[in-house]
Design a protein around this ligand. Structure first.
Ligand code: GLC
Length: 431
């Protein structure tokens, strides 16, 4: 009798103390992983809207650390272990080929028509395609831009710089005249991490250089590359327009410095603009945005932004791929991209959103930003990118810190990247 009672009680347990079932018991649960982000509230609101319209699906949001490198580490560890603990993942634009090759992502090609795919910006679509199949859907895009203090430039009769030389000259002029020990000239992301590769590429490409050429060969051993890295080092050590703290700075720390009114120029992604306009911001109404300048001897190049941004992919081991897809479809749809653009400053991956009258009305500078975003250049699109990036991060960091000469740093990087390229060739041969 006692045994029977215990068994009956055990059977009743999942139904809750009063015999009620959990409200989500009949729903498919989609676990959505993404990094800690400025748009956290908007993402939450969109999830609620989705759940409202899809009563058979429950979404659980799980937040990862803010930096792309830490998130990558998390995914590699868990996906290698075939984890099915999460369904939808926000992927950095540089990871899709690597994750697709490893067999960690659902092939989404059959879920989207060609017509639907053509509504997204080309750069992220290329980055999300591996062996002709689409493995992730572009969510929002990033492109490096130059922020400047309108009030300070106006005070000294200066225009926003269109060359890097002008940037240095104007920063020196303002710093000398202001005599404010708390004002820096130019802050950017120089910490040894992925962000440094993005920034260095803008200087390198702004000088006509490249990491890989169109044939996929390493082109680092080139005076245009060493020149660009030497210039980055000189910004800190020779021209004194960038403080040494840039060598440990990431997006958020530079945004805080600039946001406190402590820098004339800042290189960052577009998300920062919205935050500067918030109530209580020290630089509200004082900030302008323009394309990253290039070097003056680089014929006609108006600066080249690095393409960044985030995609949504589905875990190959998800237990609810259809529910996961419905969520991805909603989050990457027009309505969500518009909400993220207006409320959080995330730049849409769908081209049509850029002509949305409400968005243009609220953020007029989106019109000038569009050509910068549409022409932003990706980092090398290869499953081996993260291996290359490890090399670039450490050699670029050594060069800007003066630990190695740029020539020595690029020749070391060139040798290691040649090895990675050989590995990638052997991998392709294996089929
Ligand atoms: C931003 C970009 C991403 C880039 C990262 C570097 O999150 O969207 O593509 O890799 O910054 O820090």
């Amino acid at each position: 009798m006692n045994r029977l009672l215990t068994i009956s009680l055990l059977l009743l347990l999942p139904l809750g103390c009063r015999g009620e079932r959990e409200p989500w018991a009949d729903k498919a649960t989609v676990v959505f992983k993404h990094g800690k982000a400025a748009g956290a509230n908007t993402i939450k609101e969109l999830i609620l809207r989705f759940e409202d319209r899809n009563p058979d699906i429950r979404v659980i949001e799980e937040i990862l650390p803010a930096t792309t490198d830490e998130q990558h580490q998390f995914y590699v560890t868990n996906l290698e272990g075939r984890s099915s603990d999460f369904d939808v993942m926000a992927l950095d634009v540089i990871w899709t080929p690597e994750f697709a090759q490893a067999g960690w992502l659902d092939d989404l090609s059959g879920r989207l028509s060609d017509d639907e795919i053509s509504k997204f910006l080309k750069g992220p679509v290329v980055a999300d395609t591996y062996n002709g199949r689409l493995y992730a859907v572009p969510w929002y895009v990033d492109a490096g831009v130059l922020y400047y203090r309108k009030d300070l430039l106006e005070k000294y009769g200066l225009d926003p710089p269109s060359t890097l030389e002008e940037l240095v000259a104007s920063a020196r002029k303002v710093l000398e005249a202001e005599k404010d020990p708390h004002l820096y000239g130019f802050v950017w992301q120089g910490k040894q991490y992925e962000g440094l590769v993005c920034v260095a590429l803008e200087f390198i490409r702004g000088n006509g250089g490249e990491i890989l050429n169109a044939q996929g060969e390493c082109r680092l051993n080139d005076p245009r590359v060493t020149g660009a890295l030497g210039f980055m080092r000189d910004l800190i050590h020779k021209y004194n327009v960038s403080p040494p703290l840039v060598t440990t700075a990431d997006e958020e720390s530079t945004r805080h410095t600039f946001g406190l009114g402590r820098a004339l120029y800042m290189r960052n992604w577009p998300y920062a603009w919205n935050l500067f306009q918030e109530q209580g911001s020290e630089v509200k109404g004082l900030v302008g945005v323009t394309a990253m300048p290039s070097f003056s001897d680089n014929t006609g190049n108006r600066g080249v932004a690095t393409l960044g941004g985030w995609q949504l992919g589905i875990n190959k081991h998800s237990r609810h791929p259809d529910a996961a897809w419905r969520f991805v479809e909603f989050m990457t749809g027009y309505e969500s991209q518009k909400a993220l653009a207006i409320d959080a400053g995330y730049k849409p991956a769908r081209t049509a959103v850029y002509s949305d009258p409400e968005l243009i009305n609220k953020q007029p500078f989106i019109v000038d930003l569009y050509p910068i975003i549409a022409s932003a250049r990706p980092r090398p699109v290869t499953p081996f990118y993260m291996m290359m990036s490890q090399v670039l991060q450490s050699e670029f960091s050594a060069a800007i810190n003066g630990i190695r000469t740029p020539r020595r740093a690029v020749s070391r990087a060139d040798r290691q990247i040649a090895y990675i390229l050989e590995l990638s060739r052997l991998w392709k041969q294996r089929g």
